[in-house]
Design a protein. Structure first.
Length: 132
């Protein structure tokens, strides 16, 4: 099986490190970006299979990133998982972008992120249940 690539965008280094380690251990190639603008550049040059992005980041929010990705024919099909701080409400109308596949609240379980990544990229529901 060809390894899938996941781009993680978050301005909190510890979140990048934890998710990168969990996804690497799960068999995924991982790219990292510390803000939305860097994530957009990486997405255009590397064309990852999935993007996991924080909602609130400097230079470009996760919603802005998703919108720009969706507007670019080269990146419009890349699915996005949006992470948001618990209690920070995002209006449903803001997340109707077709590339946003799910919204997950922080704090989250790294196993839950791995399971969702496997579900979106591998589609193996049995392995998803085994990792949760």
């Amino acid at each position: 099986m060809t390894s899938k690539t996941v781009l993680i965008a978050d301005d909190e280094t510890h979140i990048l490190n934890v998710l990168a380690m969990k996804l690497n251990n799960g068999g995924f190639n991982v790219l990292q970006a510390e803000d939305g603008a860097e994530a957009f550049r990486l997405a255009r040059s590397e064309l990852p299979d999935l993007i996991i992005t924080d909602y609130q980041m400097p230079r470009m929010s996760g919603l802005e990133l998703s919108s720009r990705l969706n507007s670019d024919p080269a990146t419009s099909a890349i699915p996005v998982v949006l992470l948001t701080a618990r209690g920070f409400s995002i209006a449903e109308t803001q997340t109707i972008s077709p590339n946003i596949r799910c919204i997950m609240s922080k704090p989250f379980s790294p196993r839950e992120i791995l399971a969702r990544t496997q579900e979106l990229l591998v589609g193996d529901i049995e392995s998803v249940g085994a990792t949760a």
